[in-house]
Design a protein around this ligand. Structure first.
Ligand code: SF4
Length: 217
């Protein structure tokens, strides 16, 4: 698995420092991690704008918790699948109410315990839970998404589709480091959106000579 170890460095050379990459405050990231499922970021932003029109305090989680599922669905309409997402948000908010919507309280919990608790919430899968852990709570959990699987398949011929197994590949290749995982996931998404698209733009890709998909075709 030697090659995957150079993925971060290779992508960094192309896209530079993407910083924390996922925008927003911790409270916003809890919400956007649910809203971003099956939609693009522009729509997430529109939904967040709506939420801010109707919430006053600095903690949107606390405010949203006071809204009915129907009201939340109305606010997040631009993000699509709004009834389903409103239900998921309600479930997440109900969990967060046990901690008074206090991010610091959550950060102080054992991270494995917290991940297991998040995964017990209906509608919160591994990708969403790890996005929350990594970007809202700054915990070192690597986020695996369809882009990650696509890129390691094309670049290194790794056909693995199981979330845990792909995550383990990254854990074995990289140290448990929050900052690194935040950037690496961001870089992977940037690359998948700009070059390694569904139909890849290999002729424009800086990684083409290192890529199995390109060199074997
Ligand atoms: S060469 Fe093509 S398949 Fe390989 S990483 Fe670049 S865009 Fe993707």
């Amino acid at each position: 698995m030697e090659n995957i170890k150079s993925l971060y460095k290779d992508l960094y050379k192309i896209y530079g420092d993407v910083g924390k990459w996922w925008p927003g405050t911790s409270e916003e990231i809890f919400v956007s991690a649910v809203l971003t499922q099956n939609t693009n970021w522009k729509n997430v932003e529109k939904a967040l704008e709506n939420i801010y029109k109707y919430t006053n305090s600095k903690n949107i989680l606390k405010d949203l918790h006071n809204f009915s599922q129907q009201e939340i669905a109305e606010l997040i309409k631009p993000a699509g699948f709004f009834n389903l997402k409103a239900k998921r948000l309600k479930n997440l908010l109900s969990f967060l109410s046990n901690f008074d919507f206090n991010i610091e309280k959550l950060k102080n919990l054992d991270e494995t315990f917290l991940r297991n608790e998040l995964l017990k919430i209906k509608g919160i899968g591994k990708e969403t839970a790890d996005s929350i852990l990594l970007y809202a709570l700054n915990k070192p959990f690597f986020v695996v998404d369809a882009y990650t699987k696509r890129i390691i398949d094309r670049m290194y011929g790794i056909k693995e589709k199981n979330y845990d197994k792909v995550q383990k590949i990254f854990y074995e290749a990289y140290p448990r480091d929050t900052d690194l995982y935040q950037k690496l996931h961001g870089l992977i998404v940037e690359h998948a959106k700009s070059k390694c698209k569904k139909i890849p733009l290999c002729s424009f890709c800086e990684l083409s000579l290192k890529c199995l998909f390109h060199t074997s075709t």
